[in-house]
Design a protein around this ligand. Structure first.
Ligand code: UVW
Length: 320
């Protein structure tokens, strides 16, 4: 599609629903407000075996870390180790204890992460109507910090779209809708309920570690959910607090119908306040769910408390 034919995201979403003001003029966590104490207990009630899973990818994996093109990989650097002691540069402590220290340089969105609700916007307004100028120099409003301070706990439901389509991994640009999610849920014998934390597996991030990186990044187009007014209305009606996927952007990179990039970041996150968790590693969890046919669980997560951050790494823990 020629870029001159691509509508503005503001035009595409002109009649789309918004939750602005629903939780007051100062709200910064949006649909996470749906995760009340009753929802935490509903999550706890889904625990049966005590099996646990962590959903973060490894940071600084020698095979590379999957990141949005243009972002660099996390780099971990040793600043102190035995080598320093061997050449007489290690600090001397009473009793001669020695230590290793390191630092990491990374994009805050360069691993499994929570997006701040103010991470993406259009029309000069962020989530809840905050001025886009409040992002200059660091997010003053709707940063990742309020999400980190609050934490995210509720009932999670895994929908395995790759398995539903009989594949290990969906193809680049392969799309699916809420109707496909419902069909996959039916096949799995599970119901997506109101206020569920929606966890969707495509196999994409797992495939990063198995395929040639040039191929992974070629004309970078991920598989994922695709925009439609009906899909947005479904998320709105279901009051989904959090969308977690094993892709870098949680949606097909460019909407194949309108040509607009990342419309769901705006329709779901900016307008409805749905928290987005990206780059999750879901393959081991999905394999276990297929094995024991338990697709729901207690989902718990809290990103790092980065002041003014537009996102922050997270290692969600799932308990089945
Ligand atoms: C962008 O939307 C650019 O990044 P992310 O997928 O990390 O939210």
């Amino acid at each position: 599609m020629e870029s001159k034919n691509v509508p503005l995201v503001a035009e595409l979403l002109r009649d789309a629903p918004k939750n602005w003001g629903k939780w007051g003029p100062d709200d910064e966590v949006g649909s996470l407000n749906y995760l009340t104490r009753a929802q935490v207990l509903r999550g706890v009630a889904s625990v049966r075996s005590g099996k646990t899973f962590t959903l973060q990818i490894q940071m600084g994996n020698p095979a590379g870390d999957p990141v949005w093109p243009g972002r660099s990989q996390a780099r971990r650097l040793n600043v102190m180790d035995k080598g320093h002691y061997l050449c007489g540069k290690g600090p001397k402590f009473p009793g001669e204890a020695e230590y290793a220290d390191d630092m990491m340089i990374m994009y805050l969105q360069g691993s499994t992460q929570y997006d701040a609700l103010g991470h993406v916007w259009y029309g000069d307004q962020l989530w809840n109507g905050y001025d886009a100028k409040s992002t200059i120099g660091g997010l003053e409003k709707a940063s990742v910090l309020p999400i980190a301070e609050r934490g995210v706990v509720g009932r999670g439901v895994l929908i395995d779209m790759a398995r539903h389509r009989g594949k290990d991994v969906l193809a680049p640009g392969e799309t699916f809708t809420h109707l496909d999610l419902l069909a996959a849920a039916e096949m799995q014998g599970v119901r997506i309920e109101k206020h569920d934390i929606l966890v969707i597996r495509t196999g994409w991030i797992g495939s990063f570690y198995k395929r040639d990186q040039a191929e992974f990044y070629r004309e970078f187009v991920e598989p994922g959910l695709t925009y439609s007014p009906e899909l947005v209305e479904w998320f709105h009606r279901m009051e989904i607090p959090n969308l977690v996927t094993d892709t870098i952007a949680n949606e097909v990179t460019v909407d194949p119908v309108s040509g607009v990039a990342l419309p769901l970041h705006n329709a779901l996150m900016r307008n409805l306040g749905v928290a987005l968790t990206e780059i999750a590693q879901l393959d081991p969890l999905a394999a276990d769910c297929a094995d024991d046919q338990q697709w729901t669980f207690l989902y718990t997560a809290a990103p790092l408390k980065v002041v003014n951050g537009s996102g922050a790494p997270v290692n969600p823990v799932v308990i089945k």
